[in-house]
Design a protein around this ligand. Structure first.
Ligand SMILES: Nc1ncnc2c1ncn2[C@@H]1O[C@H](COP(=O)(O)OP(=O)(O)O)[C@@H](O)[C@H]1O
Ligand SMILES: [Mg+2]
Length: 283
């Protein structure tokens, strides 16, 4: 499959702190790539760097054949790259309908996708006149997702949308992501629910201290017990290995190797606060 997103040797910094180092990966068109790893390994930083909320201090990022690592976030969004950041990117004081209209506003020919959003999120249609801030946590998450797919993005990047959700709602969220995948949307998913993520993903990337520690298919993780344990830790490791064993036959091991750190370069712009969105953002 054609690479939709490609990172080559990407480095990202917060001041002197190097949060991503020599990160190279490909997100093929039509695939779901799960980006996994415990807290603090750089998953959020990677998504921010791709969507233009941060600029990489080194390396190249191409999206749909276009170099984007020097482009401002709004220009990247216009290419069809949608990022749901950590936290909820909704306007809490507007109604559900207004939230969706704001999202649709930036793109033309949205009628088809509004219909699709209504199919995917019947609860939002029922609650279209409710103030978004009064929705339950799960419904607010669904609204973030609905806002993102209304623009019919080529690539949807989702950062821990399941955070704080009851287990039943996590299952529902993943059902919806599965449908979005079947619609043909390419997804780069950051997720702590490893079991669900591996079921949805075609490719798994494990980050460890800002570097790529593993890239492969979910089934390959069955043979990576130690690696999974080391890089995903305790309960995540168990569920990852169990899930991989369900899926996997024997496959060759493929591990990325890291290189040396390159020279310090200043960050070009500060990162946005957590929970902010790039487009028609609640403030
Ligand atoms: N705004 C920031 N300023 C300084 N350091 C940060 C900032 N955001 C994240 N970091 C650091 O960068 C590293 C990666 O963070 P992050 O990308 O949020 O990890 P993850 O999403 O995997 O939990 C962590 O060590 C974190 O403390
Ligand atoms: Mg994060």
């Amino acid at each position: 499959m054609r690479p939709l997103l490609r990172l080559r040797n990407v480095e990202a910094r917060y001041g002197a702190f190097v949060a991503l180092q020599h990160v190279s990966l490909i997100v093929p068109q039509g695939s779901v790539v799960a980006l996994l790893g415990p807290n603090g390994v750089g998953k959020t930083t990677l998504l921010r760097t791709v969507s233009g909320m941060m600029s990489p201090s080194d390396g190249e990022i191409t999206f749909d054949g276009i170099r984007i690592d020097n482009m401002p976030d709004h220009a990247i969004a216009r290419l069809g790259l949608e990022h749901i950041p950590e936290g909820r990117g909704i306007f809490p004081t507007l109604t559900v309908r207004e939230n969706l209209q704001m999202a649709a506003y930036t793109t033309e020919g949205m009628n088809g996708s509004i219909e699709r959003v209504n199919q995917l999120f019947p609860v939002l249609q029922q609650r279209r006149d409710q103030i978004a801030g009064t929705l339950s946590g799960g419904e607010q998450q669904m609204l973030s997702l609905a806002r993102s797919i209304i623009t019919q993005p080529k690539l949807l990047m989702v950062d821990e949308l399941s955070l704080g959700l009851a287990p039943r709602l996590v299952a529902q969220l993943f059902d919806t992501l599965e449908k979005i995948k079947r619609d043909g949307t390419t997804i780069l998913l950051v997720e702590q629910y490893v079991r669900y993520a591996l079921r949805l993903a075609d490719i798994v990337v494990i980050l460890h201290k800002g570097r790529v520690a593993f890239i492969g298919e979910p089934g390959e993780l069955a043979h990576e017990g130690k690696l999974v344990e080391a890089y995903l830790g305790g309960s995540q490791a168990e569920s990852a290995t169990a899930e991989a064993e369900e899926q996997g036959g024997p496959r060759p091991r493929r591990r990325a190797s890291g290189g040396a750190t390159s020279g310090a370069r200043p960050k070009r712009k500060p990162s946005a606060p957590r929970g902010s969105t790039r487009r028609s953002s609640p403030s």
